[in-house]
Write a protein that binds this ligand. Sequence first.
Ligand code: GLN
Length: 476
Amino acid sequence: MISKKYKSLSHIQEDLAKDKTSCVELAEYYIAQNKKHAGLNAVLEVFEEETLENAAAMDAKIKAGTAGRLAGMFLAIKDNICYQGHISSSSSKIIGNYEAVYTATALQRLLDEDAIVIARCNCDEFAMGASNENSAYGAVHNAADYSRVPGGSSGGSAVAVQADLCLAALGSDTGGSIRQPASFTGTIGIKPTYGRISRYGLLAYASSFDQIGPITSSIEDSALLTEIMAGKDEADATSSSTEVKIYKADLTKKYRISYSKEALESEGVSDGVRIAYTHLIEKLKQDGHTVEEKSFPYLDYMVPCYYVLTTAEASSNLSRYSGMLYGHRSTQANDIESTFKKSRSEGFGPEVKRRIMTGTFVLSADSYDAFYSKAQKVRRIIQRESNKILEEYDLFLCPTTPTVAFEIGGEHSKDPIAMYLADIFTVQAPLAGLPAISIPTEEENGLSIGMHFMSRAFAENDLFNIGEIVAKYYED
Ligand code: GLN
């Protein structure tokens, strides 16, 4: 375990206020951490000079009393979030060294409150993966055990927080890409309600699922970053104007929680995860929450439904990278058709190709009704049934992942279906458009186990609150 200098922004700000540290000192610390742990391959680029300059400017702002709410926040961003004048490549060769011409709204809102972006993080190519082995820039290592994956697709972001390369990181989540790596790295990751945070400037994978969210070491930072990023954005028509409520902890609150019966009984769940799950259920009961078993008999349909819909959306979203207007252009091509073919063959990695082909197939005239329309109907049922549970209960609990972090290059990597099943518990929330959080609990062989709470739409504050309640059970 790499010990962390700070686990929350409020502690940094306390020390800044008492002159115990400065932003320049913090910048130097995080830059040194990045150098020391470069072997993790979590970060593709450290903005060293810029970070030092921004930190000096921030110290002056703090002295002048004009600093924003995020003064002292050293942030790393996933490689699929646009940051003007910086490379944003979704860890894909087809995008390569493209420099963003504008900044994603979510990130801009954090910059406006004086966050400093220190680094750009590795991820699975186009956010497709659950192990961060699909990056064009190589696999990311789990800092708790180099031979293990950090999860994906925001694996670099999660490890950046795990290894103290930054205070917090942004990831994106389509089917689990924030929560699953958070679970594998002992960090906190939230996927907000669909529409809570603008997707403007997030390189698209599956637009009806994608959401940006933070990975942090504390609930308070998760809540603060979410609150600042949230809210209507004219540049994203799917962003919601639902009021953004300020999070205030109420650790005395008692919740009505249902937990997944199927997760408890599923054969794919490891012993360590099952035991941690049972322990948490007991702890919640002892603490006075109403905790009841609930059957959600759609587990077998969720992963197939998710993969039909997301590959369909991906095949459409990624069609723009043809070597014409966007993306790498092959030097071997001599006409339009060979430009398309060769540029895409050279530029995309194997997993992205597999998904484009699957997506094109499920959308083709002969298969559309059998796959795409059917999956849309299944999604509706999952939405309806998830909401039904949440009419009766405040929260739905299950483990974040069936196992702890698996081996790099191991069984999962050889079998795409096994890899897809790593998402079994995380795809429900994005299929239903609901928010969900992963909270670290126990460990199995030194590897962290995350537990997963899903709440009603726009009830992120319940997730933060239960997160704080649960975190207390595991304080040593
Ligand atoms: N592992 C899932 C996938 O490969 C989730 C990815 C994500 O949320 N971006 O699609």
